[in-house]
Design a protein around this ligand. Structure first.
Ligand code: SAH
Length: 481
């Protein structure tokens, strides 16, 4: 195979970033803008040792799963790589991906029987994100633009609205553009490090209706703050009127917090370390299930509140708590899962590497008057291994929940879990390949079996997939039950 060769191929699968995958003489070829089920004419653009990249030249026979992407900039923006595939097919692809990893990497032959359910979005697979971040720039004529960075670049693709975000964003974007143009406010230039406005951030409590708007600035203040706040209040009102008129339902949002976040560093990190309030409170509240969370500009909070509740509900079900259990929540973030489980457990310990997240976890426990949790800052593999070796409080667990980043659990943590011998391990995973790898280790070295799992769609229209899996211990190494 060589560059510029032309082939006709069938697209069989999809990669993590949404490219279609087909084969030429047994070699995998990744082709953007195709969908599984397509027959396509492609041109090879790059050949690597064991795979290649192709460009779509012509769709010979489109897949039955194809739909018109509803968003005009879906192809350029890179956020929604699967909008051109209908939602049911997206869910099928995600389920297949998990099954394949469990079979291929985890060696679990009956992986398809163990899949209990696929938790797809129930009503509308759009408008689910509770947080949006729009970079701010100017076009050639000097007018403000807000949008997204094009894939792998820092050039802004202007947008009017994003269909994965809340409907109010469209009105807020208009207000911010107007405010910049009217007051001739400068925008940040990454190369020179000059200019004031960097990003617009919106966060919404979907249960409480509380809205936070933040401007990230390369400076200490912005002009005409009252004008900005008034504009934002009008944006909320306009959204409410138009959205209610459109579907007859009453929609209520409250402009609860307007913030400035200061980031003067020349960095890819969007949010800086200091924030100032210009209107309302410093934070908003929201709920997952009946646990209340306090969310500030900097806080981490799961972005799809509808599905987070369902995913953690599944984790709670798999944990099988009766009120007597001691539970460890590894990689606990702001303690979402810990707090969710605490009402049904005797004691929940959480561990997380980011100190600020643990502060939030403790604050949220207090906010909910939860007194049976304890949180530790540090690497799970170090903190838990030390506690286990010391034999003190927390050295025994009936149930362990792990929710690691994409690279999966650290080997040392898995070793400690194997020694600790919890009855059940509930594994929440954002990467099925590392999930499968870790399950293999836990089963070969720890005698755990995968009982069942569910696939959850937290990021519709993207290639991401979340899985929650239940493992239980049958035999330990000495053959004891
Ligand atoms: N369960 C959390 C989110 C988990 S995301 C929630 O529901 O909100 C994974 C988390 O693991 C991140 O918060 C990350 O900061 C943390 N992390 C990464 N490496 C870690 C390690 N070695 N030990 C403990 N936490 C770690």
């Amino acid at each position: 195979m060589q560059k510029n060769d032309i082939y006709e191929i069938e697209i069989e699968d999809m990669s993590d970033d949404g490219a279609g995958i087909g084969h030429v003489d047994g070699m995998a070829v990744f082709v953007k803008d195709t969908a599984p089920g397509d027959t396509a004419e492609i041109k090879i653009i790059k050949v690597k040792k064991s795979y290649a990249f192709g460009r779509l030249m012509q769709l010979i026979k489109p897949s039955e799963d194809r739909v018109e992407a509803p968003c005009e900039v879906a192809r350029q923006c890179g956020g929604c790589t699967l909008q051109h595939v209908n939602y049911n097919a997206q869910l099928r692809l995600k389920r297949n991906k998990v099954e394949n990893c469990l079979k291929r990497i985890g060696g679990i032959e009956n992986a398809s029987e163990l899949c209990e359910e696929v938790l797809g979005m129930e009503d509308n697979p759009f408008r689910f994100r509770n947080k949006m971040q729009f970079p701010i720039g100017k076009d050639r004529d000097g007018n403000a633009v807000l949008g997204f960075y094009a894939q792998r670049t820092h050039s802004i693709i202007p947008i009017e609205d994003c269909m994965t975000g809340h409907g109010v964003n469209k009105y807020i974007i208009d207000v911010v553009k107007d405010y910049i143009n009217k007051n001739k406010i400068s925008v940040y230039d990454e190369e020179k490090g000059t200019g004031l406005l960097r990003h617009l951030i919106t966060r919404i409590g979907f249960t409480t209706g509380e809205l936070m708007v933040a401007l990230v600035i390369n400076g200490d203040d912005v002009p005409e703050k009252a004008q900005l706040v008034k504009g934002l209040e009008e944006a909320v009102q306009k959204y409410e009127e138009e959205a209610c008129a459109a579907d007859g339902e009453k929609k209520t949002l409250y402009l609860t917090s307007v913030m400035l976040n200061i980031n003067k560093e020349n960095t890819n990190r969007i949010i800086g370390f200091e924030s100032k309030r210009i209107f309302g409170r410093d934070f908003i509240y929201d709920y997952i299930g009946d646990v209340r969370f306090r969310i500030s500009v900097e806080s981490f909070f799961q972005v799809n509140p509808y599905q987070t509740g369902r995913l953690y509900g599944k984790a709670l079900e798999y944990a099988g708590l009766t009120g007597e259990e001691t539970v460890w929540d590894m990689y606990c973030g702001i303690g979402t899962i810990s707090l969710f489980l605490s009402k049904k457990a005797k004691k929940v310990y959480g561990v997380e590497i980011v100190p600020q997240a643990i502060e939030d976890a403790r604050g949220n426990a207090e906010l909910n008057q939860i007194t049976n949790t304890d949180f530790f800052v540090g690497k799970a593999e170090d903190v838990v291994t030390d506690i286990y070796s010391s034999g003190g409080d927390g050295s025994h667990a009936d149930v362990v929940v792990v929710d690691p980043p994409r690279k999966g659990c650290d080997g040392k943590l898995l070793d400690t879990l194997i020694s600790m011998k919890p009855e059940r391990i509930v594994y929440v995973s954002c990467d099925p390949a590392t999930l499968a790898r870790d399950i293999k280790i836990l089963s070969e070295e720890g005698g755990y079996t995968l009982n069942k799992y569910s696939v959850c769609d937290m990021f519709s229209h993207s290639g991401h997939v979340e899985t929650v899996a239940l493992l239980s211990r049958i035999l330990d190494k000495s053959g004891d039950i």
